[in-house]
Design a protein around this ligand. Structure first.
Ligand code: TPP
Ligand code: MG
Length: 1025
């Protein structure tokens, strides 16, 4: 390789100056035809100076050089001499020697066609061959710019009407390569980087150009030459260049027509029956349905058993009906406004609910499971969720290469280009713990986004350019050519099966109606829509084509249409009998066996979340050891592990060890644990160290958590890409696949969760309410005012609490026994701020041991990670112990409750500030401090009991956050309800503020002092009601 680089570097001259000239010209509107231009002859550099080796031709030379290295006879004598001289160190210009006359053996070619050996000048011969090589390459790189992609024939899919200067749109343009019309009938040897020759190794220039045009400039535009893998480029070239690749059997064409009929007539049926309803129809891009079906058929043929799909509004009903095969009556009944909901769910069915269906693939006769994920309106937000669910399904069935489970993502053109989450999701595609081994992306590119033209919606030529960052090939295709669509979809599915990498199909189409069927598109796109009104529907065009070529008769076609129309009519009649909507029929991720047949939890109790002493000891030992031989860890880590061993010895845990106990014990019980987020392996605060790194061997690592028990479930801990939106979405999707896994996402600092707000607001918070889908994801959000300034301080508890569904004004009426469980069952998510490692340990374990799944938001500490008092004894973690929703006052104040003047409720870290202050003031007997560990659902029952314990005490809420932030607004009305509004609820905390924290350390301490003063000043509220 080194030799090649050296040689190639020597061979490569400076860029030829003529390249800088602008030979481009405007492309005529109708996709490159007719072609006119100025002939320019420009490739005239003498071979002796070697400028023929420009950037493009050097590839050809490199290729020959490889062949020559293997076998010097494989290249022409002239090249043999050239390479020998160059390798021997000849300086640029000196390596070339005039070759001996060519003795070409071209069997099968006529005398007239004989290779250019008859040319008088060998220099011209080499030059012309290189020119042809460059020409072929130009089509491979830029042919898509002139492909006829727009079905309307009025727009440029790449937003530019330029025809690249090196694409031959008429014979004069050959001048760019130093060729002219006379060269068109000369025969040129084809390089190994093209397949246009089929079985022939040389072709006349005219034929070369014709075949290149056929491959790259018709209804398919292939963008792939940015891929830096020769094998992959060769694979694509072969798929598109080989003569005759686009042949279909009669059967395939008939199936395609039938699918077009279904796709088109479905939309027409809806339009007829519900002409004033919005349905975000597919008209103008009907070939999306056969496109998806082709990808699924081909993938099934290649062994895929499960396909997980995500898609936006456009054509969703059609996909449900004709791809997933949801019963039509179930879809039609959604249009009935009188339909009553039988279960929970916001009736958000038509465009958002998901679906899961297992069936036989008719083409391959194999079983296939198709799921369409429920999604919010927020375009593209479902992308990472689909990836996470796909990864999980692959993980659970041991599909380490993505051969059995795959994902398909559908996109709109404007959203694909505009939404950053698309980019964030692409960046997960090749990461070991996040890859799904290739996603097929299909863009329903109707060349408009609501009322916005593409040129106002993106700065890149194509809406698909974002995919280039991961070297995904992009197949643009004119959606009015269903056979071309089918072809690229087959290739896309094969690409994924072969290389297990992402691929994009860009269905260039149009939108026949407005954004929805009620919108008037002529307001904003008058000329486009004049054209669209004239546009013959694709089904009609394709049917006429097949009838003309004799593939089907008109009668057969009409029968096909009539059969499907009848299916729709019958389903419509049946749909009138559907009076009740069962949202549980629209689940995208059923959890078989987890619920009763009626979909209820199997019990309403949670066993003890404690562990046997020996398990605590055993896990503690693993946590403080290096379980593999000859593994050198960092000295600092040795100290940390020793510290852990000492804690285990003394039967205590700190935060990290408490977490270890929770994870380790669940793993031992067969529960998969997956912790993902930025730098989680070590832990942002260097406290976790779940992955040990050998100090002497690069990339040798060890995860002790996987050495707990031979029969344990695997532990996944993975540093993620620097994306909150993408990674949290991914983990949410992962958690959807199974209830028997603890899936945690940790924000680097809690405030960064706001860049994933869409996942929190649209999926995590309301997911069950909207889509009857439970999810047990855990969010770990480091939070706390520690003088670090306005950044990195607040995980914004107020936002999570504001979105809790428990009523502040109602004390729940539930029996004492069931209170906690019933509350948990009824809530939309659980929000906790633990003040002890033991409680953190319990809440993590409860997440799995409780009989249903709810998202869990944990505000996690920073300084408490190392606080000497923030430790827990094994006594609080052994068998029989539980998570404490509230930790009551247990000190001196509890001994003489009647003497207590104030009960301060608080949560999290501030407890340690309060107790320190109380001690220093000698008020341990007069002030009680209780910790609300589970903020939501609010422990009304325990708060009530605690307040009743201290009848003389004034009730106070204290927090270190500013008054308009933190927990106050959530807590105050709930405590008021608890005490029946009998007394005021006092506040001790920071003043209201715009920023979460001051950036000034001194000001920070002053604020702390001030509110602690209020907390312990018995007279602070004297005179106030
Ligand atoms: C994140 C987000 N922003 C804005 C919208 C509002 N919106 C709905 S559809 C649409 C246009 C989408 O255009 P495109 O992606 O090309 O899909 P098309 O409707 O053309 O199929 C917009 C802006 C949304 N749903 N989601
Ligand atoms: Mg669009």
């Amino acid at each position: 390789m080194h030799r090649l680089r050296t040689c190639a570097a020597r061979l490569r001259p400076l860029a030829a100056p003529h390249i800088a000239l602008n030979f481009s010209h405007r492309r005529p509107a109708a996709a490159g035809l007719p072609r006119t231009f100025q002939p320019i002859r420009c490739y005239t550099a003498p071979v002796a100076a070697e400028p023929f080796l420009n950037g493009t031709s050097s590839n050809y030379v490199e290729e020959m050089y490889y062949s020559w290295l293997e076998n010097p006879k494989s290249v022409h004598k002239s090249w043999d001499i050239f390479f020998r001289n160059a390798n021997a160190g000849a300086s640029p210009g000196a390596a070339y020697q005039s070759p001996p006359p060519l003795g070409v053996n071209l069997s099968g070619l006529s005398q007239a066609q004989a290779l250019v050996g008859t040319q008088p000048s060998v220099e011209k011969l080499v030059e012309d061959h290189l020119a042809v090589q460059s020409l072929i390459r130009a089509y491979q790189i830029r042919g898509h710019h002139v492909a006829q992609l727009d079905p309307l024939g009025i727009l440029d899919a790449d937003l530019d009407s330029f025809v690249p200067m090196d694409i031959i749109t008429s014979s004069e343009k050959l001048g760019f390569y130093g060729l002219n019309e006379a060269d068109l009938d000369k025969v040129f040897r084809l390089p190994t980087t093209t397949f246009i020759g089929g079985s022939e190794s040389a072709l006349p220039l005219r034929e070369i150009i014709r075949r290149l045009e056929m491959a790259y400039c018709q209804h398919i535009g292939v963008e792939f030459m940015f891929i830096n893998d020769l094998e992959q480029c060769q694979w694509i070239r072969e798929k598109f260049e080989k003569p005759g690749v686009m042949q279909f059997t009669l059967e395939e064409k008939r199936t395609l027509l039938a699918r077009m009929v279904r796709s088109t007539r479905f939309e027409e049926f809806l339009q007829r029956k519900w002409s004033s309803e919005k349905r975000f129809g597919l008209e103008g891009c009907e070939s999306l349905i056969p496109a998806l079906k082709t990808i699924i058929d081909k993938s099934s043929e290649n062994g895929v058993e499960s396909v997980i799909m995500g898609m936006p509004h456009r054509g969703r009903l059609n996909v449900l009906a004709n791809v997933i095969r949801k019963e039509l009556e179930q879809i039609f009944c959604q249009f009935d406004s009188k339909l009553e909901a039988a279960d929970e769910g916001s009736g958000d069915v038509k465009y958002h609910l998901g679906m899961y269906h297992r069936r036989i693939n008719r083409v391959t006769d194999r079983n296939i499971t198709l799921s369409l994920m429920a999604n919010p309106s927020h375009l593209e937000a479902v992308d990472p969720v689909v990836q996470g669910k796909t990864k999980a399904e692959q993980f659970y069935c041991g599909d380490t290469e993505g051969k059995r489970v795959m994902s398909i993502l559908l996109h709109g053109d404007a959203a694909f280009a505009g939404q950053g989450i698309v980019y964030e999701t692409f960046h997960l595609s090749d990461l070991p713990s996040y890859t799904t081994h290739g996603t097929v992306h299909v863009v329903a590119n109707n060349q408009i986004g609501f009322t916005t033209d593409p040129r106002m919606a993106r700065s890149s030529p194509y809406p698909t350019d974002v995919a280039r960052v991961v070297n995904a090939p992009i197949f643009h295709v004119n959606a009015d050519d269903p056979e071309a669509v089918m072809y690229v979809c087959n290739v896309a599915a094969e690409w994924r099966a072969t290389f297990h990498k992402d691929v994009v199909v860009d269905l260039v189409s149009y939108r026949r109606n407005g954004h929805n069927e009620m919108d008037e598109p002529m307001f904003t796109q008058p000329l486009m829509y004049k054209q669209i009104k004239k546009q013959k529907p694709v089904l009609q065009k394709y049917a006429e084509k097949l009838i003309a070529e004799g593939t089907v008769t008109r009668l057969e076609y009409e029968e096909e249409v009539a059969i499907y129309d009848k299916i729709c009519e019958e389903a419509y009649t049946r749909s009138k009998d559907e009076k009740i909507l069962h949202i549980k029929h629209w689940l995208d991720s059923p959890w078989p066996g987890f619920f009763t047949l009626e979909g209820q939890p199997k019990s309403m109790s949670c066993p003890s979340t404690g562990l046997k002493e020996e398990d605590l000891q055993h896990i503690g030992k693993v946590a403080s050891s290096v379980p593999v031989e000859d593994f050198t860890i960092h000295g600092g880590l040795t100290r940390i592990l020793k510290g852990r061993a000492a804690m285990v010895e003394s039967r205590t845990v700190d935060w990290a060890l408490g977490e270890y106990m929770a994870f380790g014990s669940l793993l031992k019980e067969g529960i998969h644990v997956r912790l993902s987020g930025q730098d989680v392996e070590r832990g942002t605060f260097s406290h976790r160290h779940h992955v040990l790194h050998d100090q002497n061997v690069d990339k040798r690592t060890c995860i002790p958590m996987n050495y707990i028990d031979p029969n344990q479930a695997p532990y996944t801990v993975c540093n993620s890409s620097l994306s909150e939106y993408g990674v949290l979405g991914f983990e949410l999707g992962f958690a959807m696949a199974s209830p028997n896994a603890l899936v945690l996402w940790e924000a680097q600092f809690g405030d960064f969760h706001n860049t994933a707000q869409c996942i929190i607001d649209q999926f995590i918070c309301p997911g069950q309410a909207k889509w009857v889908r439970q999810n047990g994801i855990v969010l770990l959000l480091p939070h706390g005012m520690e003088g670090m300034g306005p950044e990195h301080s607040s995980a914004r508890p107020e936002r999570f609490l504001q979105m809790c569904n428990d009523d502040p004004d109602v004390f729940p009426k539930t029996s004492e026994n069931e209170f906690a469980m019933q509350q948990l069952y009824d809530c939309n998510w659980i929000v906790v701020n633990c003040s002890t490692p033991a409680n953190y340990f319990h809440v993590l374990r409860r997440q799995i041991l409780q009989p249903f799944r709810k998202p869990l938001i944990i505000f996690t500490p920073k300084s408490l990670l190392r606080h000497p008092e923030a430790k827990s004894s094994f006594d609080d973690m052994v068998d029989g112990t539980h998570f404490k929703r509230l930790i009551p006052e247990e000190g001196a104040a509890s001994q003489n409750p009647a003497g207590v003047k104030r009960i301060i409720f608080c949560t999290g870290k501030v407890y340690y500030d309060l107790t320190k202050e109380r001690k220093s003031r000698g008020m341990e007997e007069t002030v009680a401090i209780a910790r609300i560990e589970q903020l939501s659902p609010f422990p009304f029952d325990l708060v009530k009991a605690e307040i009743e314990k201290f009848p003389q005490a004034e009730v106070m809420w204290s927090q270190e956050e500013h008054k308009n932030q933190g927990y106050y607004d959530y807590i105050k009305p709930r405590i008021s309800t608890t005490i029946n509004h009998a007394h005021p609820v006092r506040y001790a905390g920071r003043e209201p503020a715009a920023a979460p924290a001051t950036g000034n350390k001194k000001a920070h301490l002053l604020e702390l002092e001030r509110f602690l003063n209020t907390a312990f000043n018995q007279d602070a509220f004297r005179g106030q009601s």
